[in-house]
Every structure is written in C-alpha cells, then in structure tokens.
Design a binder for this molecule. Structure first.
Ligand SMILES: [Zn+2]
Length: 426
C-alpha cells in the first residue's frame, strides 16, 4: 500500500475514531490540527490518475535546531491568599493573553521532548507552561484559563502532597487533568533538597535519592496509568550526583528554576525555567524577559562549551537590557553552577576588570555596586567559579546610557552570511 493511500485511509477513519470528541477535550489539539494542512495536500495525488507516484522519502522531519524554548514556572494561582508563591488569577490570565498577543507557540511537553529527540519540529519561539507542587488552584483557576487559550501545560506533582487536604489536588483531579490532555510530571515524594539527605532519613544518600526519584515516579505512573518522564527539582536545586540519579531513574528531562532560553543542545538535566510567581520585585520583568526571548541562553552540552559555559541564571541588570543608572548594582544568583568552591568566585566587568564583588554562600548571590560612574556603552559581566578544580564561567551583557535603551546593532546581519545548521545535527 502506498503511503499516500494509507494517509487517505487514516484521514477517512479519523471521524470514526472519535477524534472530534478528543479535540473537544483537548482544546490545544484544535489549533494543531488546523495548522497541518500539509496532511491533506499529501493525500491529494491519490485522487489523480497518475499510475506511479514517486515513493515517499523516509519520514525524517526537518528539525529546527535553532528553535528556542522558554519555560514558565507557576505555583499557586490564588492571589494574596496564596502567599509568596502565588499569582493573582487575573495576572495569570493577562500573561496568557500576552503570550497569545506575541504570537508565540505554547507547545506540549510531549512536543518538546519529541523535538529534543529529533522526531518533531517546533516553532522557532516556543513556550512551555508548567505549574508546580499540586495546589488545587492550578486545577480550579489554571485549567479554565489554559483551556480558554487552548494552551497545554505540565503539572509537576510531589506525591506526599496529593490528597493531603486543604488546598491540595486530589487523585481524582489529577486523573481529570490527565484526561484533559495535560502532562503530569514528577516533583519528588517529599519536596526536599535532593543534593543532601535530610537528617531524619535513616538510610544512606543513595536510598534517599531512590525514594525521591523512583518511588514518586512509580506512584504517579501506577495511580494515573501514565508514563512519567519529566521531573522538576524541588526549589530548583540540583548537582551532578542528582543528574546521574535522575537519569538512572529513567527521566528524559529535568527542570530547574533558573530561567534561560533553551536551545536544542542543552543538557536534559538542567533545563531552566523562569519562575514567574515568586513575589519579588521584578517578577513581571522576568515574565517579559522570558516571552521576549531576551534572557540568557542556556549552555549547550557540546564538548566545546564545557569549559566556557554561560550558565543559566537570573541577573541584574538582565542580559541585553539597558540601565540609566551610571553606578548600577550588578547581581547574579549562582545556584545554577551547582556545587562549587565558594572561595573561587570572581566577577569581572568589561573595562573595569576584576571587581571586589561580594558573594553570599547562603543565598548564592554575588553582587557588586559600581562605585565610579560608568561611561555610556556596553558592559560584559563574567562570573567564574571552580567546580572540582575546573573553571566554569557565566557571562552576560548590559548597556548603560542616559536613554535606557539597547542600541540598534551597527550593521544589520545578512541572513545569507549566517551559518546554516544541518537538521538532526547537534
Ligand atoms: Zn515545588
């Protein structure tokens, strides 16, 4: 049977298979189906009397390895009543509207994973929406808004929290999420720092990681009948030992909370997310940086990048933004470096050289207040640390000028001179 004929038969069978019903349930499938007219076109040659249509090439979609993904992280959608990790429902809706207005594609976790595996393409600027912990407001407030916009989302659940009363989701609600086409990911059993075992844990560190990573996965899979291949680190905290355990437990992707633009080659175990609900000044700015794709790019895991990685982190001033303050406070959270020697931390600022920055090991924040007025121009900031004796580096650029605007590039980039990356190649 030719491929085209198979497609035609498949198309004819779709209404019988209750796909229409499925689309009703999964609103974001609607837009996807509408966006694939190619399927119908591909079937057309069968209707023409041509005897021998050329055999179809082996199916290997062209993957845009230059596409970028930003991941948003929410917790509670309860306004002030939800405390520090909560966002006003109206603001959540406003942000969904902003994503739609910006013409960005909100993709499902499955599409993201398929793109990483080289099996499916995604739009050049794609957004993943994630909601952590398992508060019922994600279900009551989040789902109706997400459905209104036809946006898929992933709920990262820690299993001790489910059915524990109060504002937590029940297993029945999680089943409803699953049936509505939302992704359920893991957020461990007890929501603790995975980098060290808690003093209460009787066994060794290995058994602690096994419990948090494997038991939680098994509980979600058994209770919900799903395959759970994604995890979000509690508090975004992780290190190399955690990555290895996450991989051994069978996860395909693990997310932190250090927002970055994710390219095709980034490590699957340090996928940064923009935490857009933390009640800090600048949260709206974090959202804007995320959806404008102006934040830092996550390091690629290619060997050439290993020694010179620009680590994903939230900085001040943010990457590629301008400040009107001639003596700005330069800040970065270094937690995404993982475990490093706190005595090895250094900050360099373009034209100032090595600066006496203060590093606070408790908060992982490094900061330096510029003490002499800067001249107008661009400044790269480079932070270096040593991890196991090896230098690691993060760098970003900000501008200082009196108008507070990022200057236009002097010469426009001609697309023809840009190197074209071959699909399927990292
Ligand atoms: Zn959490």
């Amino acid at each position: 049977m030719t491929r085209q004929l198979a497609l035609l038969l498949l198309l004819a069978a779709l209404p019988l298979a209750g796909c229409g019903k499925m689309k009703e349930k999964i609103p974001f499938l609607k837009s996807k189906a509408a966006a694939t007219p190619a399927l119908v076109v591909a079937a057309a040659p069968v209707a023409t009397p041509r005897p021998k249509p050329a055999p179809a090439a082996p199916v290997r979609p062209a993957i845009d390895t230059n596409a970028q993904v930003v991941v948003l992280c929410y917790h509670r959608l309860e306004g002030k009543a939800g405390g520090g990790l909560s966002i006003e429902p109206a603001l959540f809706e406003k942000q969904m509207e902003a994503i739609k207005e910006a013409g960005l594609a909100v993709i499902s976790m499955q599409d993201f994973l398929a793109w990483r595996r080289g099996e499916k393409n995604i739009p050049p600027k794609s957004v993943l929406i994630t909601i952590d912990d398992g508060y019922v407001s994600g279900f009551d407030v989040g789902v109706p808004i997400l459905k209104k916009y036809g946006f898929p989302a992933t709920f990262f659940i820690y299993t001790n929290f489910v059915n524990s009363g109060g504002k937590t989701m029940t297993w029945a609600q999680l089943k409803k999420l699953r049936d509505d086409g939302f992704e359920i990911g893991c957020h461990t059993v007890s929501h603790q720092d995975l980098r060290r075992k808690p003093s209460k844990w009787a066994g060794d560190y290995e058994s602690y990681l096994k419990e948090e990573l494997e038991t939680s996965k098994k509980i979600l899979e058994d209770k919900l009948g799903i395959r759970c291949v994604t995890i979000a680190y509690p508090f975004g905290l992780h290190n190399a030992a955690v990555h290895a355990a996450v991989e051994a437990a069978g996860y395909e992707a693990a997310f932190s909370t250090y927002g970055a633009r994710l390219g095709h080659g980034v490590s699957p175990f340090t996928l940064g997310r923009y935490d857009v609900t933390a009640k800090m000044p600048g949260t709206q700015q974090v959202f804007d940086v995320a959806i404008n794709f102006t934040g830092m790019a996550a390091p690629s895991d290619g060997p050439a990048m290993a020694q010179d990685a620009a680590v994903a982190m939230i900085t001040e001033p943010m990457n590629n933004t301008a400040t009107t303050d001639s003596t700005p406070l330069i800040k970065a959270n270094l937690a995404s470096f993982g475990e490093f020697d706190p005595g090895s931390v250094e900050m360099r600022v373009g034209s100032l050289g090595l600066v006496p920055a203060k590093f606070d090991a408790a908060t992982q924040m490094i900061e330096y207040k510029v003490d002499k007025a800067l001249r107008e121009g661009s400044y790269s900031v480079i932070v270096t640390v040593k991890v196991g004796g090896q230098p690691r580096e993060a760098r970003w650029t900000f501008y200082y000028n009196t108008i507070g605007e990022v200057p236009e590039p002097a010469a426009p980039v001609t697309p023809a001179t840009k190197p074209v990356r071959k699909p399927g190649k990292k």
